[in-house]
Design a protein around this ligand. Structure first.
Ligand SMILES: C[S@@+](CC[C@H](N)C(=O)[O-])C[C@H]1O[C@@H](n2cnc3c(N)ncnc32)[C@H](O)[C@@H]1O
Length: 255
């Protein structure tokens, strides 16, 4: 396969960079560790429970591609979904297994490449991939695979980063590093490009989300100005104006 070497670099990188690990204070793999990662995630991504109805898939088969340690996947499972999570990084899948065991929740967790899914066509009611396509070697190939394993009439929920967003602009103006900027692949999309990527799906709705929230990660004057002035001012502007510039492009797609 032409991307084998790049996929290997991606695998190595993500084995060494668990998403949001820098906020963890408890020992890696402990019950409290997963608790604090989940709290941080839903504070930072406060839009997630509004856009994704985690309780709507009771008895349905869900696949999460690039599930990381399984923070979102376990939410679906706790609401009764039959879940499978795959990730290229063994460390993520090991941790996800520990998380599911701590919470006594069932789930199938497998090391697998999302660009070559080992599932039959039309297997899942919904496939979820949050913050994954932008980090893989061939995003079109991953979408092709996601589309293949979704049942006819089933859904995909996919998030990529918005090139024309407040965060990308800030990072370019002030040299603020984006999360995982050092990853082997990090792509950003315009809404138009994202639509082209999702072309295999019959219907696609794209919702820009992820507006500024106070940072807990940074300290000092810059962080103070950011928290006290920028976040407040930005969020005072009506969403009807700022919405197109959200950092996360959430796509709700139907096959
Ligand atoms: C930014 S993390 C996001 C993790 C999780 N979805 C979340 O939102 O917390 C990106 C994840 O995508 C996974 N990934 C990247 N390319 C992949 C591929 N080709 N197949 C499966 N997983 C992949 C990485 O290993 C990593 O766990």
């Amino acid at each position: 396969m032409k991307n084998d070497a790049l996929l290997e670099r991606i695998r190595v990188y993500w084995n060494e960079h668990i998403h949001d690990l820098e906020i963890a204070r408890h020992p890696i793999g402990s019950r409290e560790f997963f608790g604090e990662l989940a709290d941080y995630r839903f504070e930072k991504l406060d839009y997630l429970p509004r856009v994704v109805d985690f309780s709507a898939y009771k008895g349905k088969r869900i696949l999460e591609v690039g599930c990381g340690v399984g923070i979102d996947l376990i939410r679906f499972a706790k609401h009764g979904a039959i879940v499978t999570g795959i990730d290229l990084a063994e460390v993520s899948i090991q941790l996800a297994k520990q998380y599911f065991a701590h919470e006594q929740v069932d789930g199938e967790l497998l090391v697998m490449n999302g660009e070559a899914l080992q599932f039959d066509d039309n297997t899942f009611d919904m496939v979820y991939a949050h913050g994954v396509l932008q980090y893989t070697a061939d995003a079109s190939q991953m979408i092709k695979e996601i589309h293949r394993v979704v049942k006819p009439g089933g859904e995909a929920i996919v998030m990529v980063y918005n090139r024309y967003s407040w965060l990308n602009l800030m990072s370019q103006l002030f040299g603020i590093a984006l999360e995982h900027e050092d990853a082997p692949v990090l792509k950003k999309y315009s809404i138009k490009e994202f639509r082209v990527l999702l072309a295999p799906f019959a219907r696609v709705r794209i919702i820009p989300e992820r507006f500024p929230v106070k940072t807990r990660l940074h300290h000092g004057v810059k962080a103070l100005l950011y928290n006290q002035i920028f976040v407040q001012c930005f969020n005072a502007v009506p969403k009807s104006i700022t919405r197109p510039f959200g950092w996360h492009l959430m796509a709700l797609a139907t096959k």
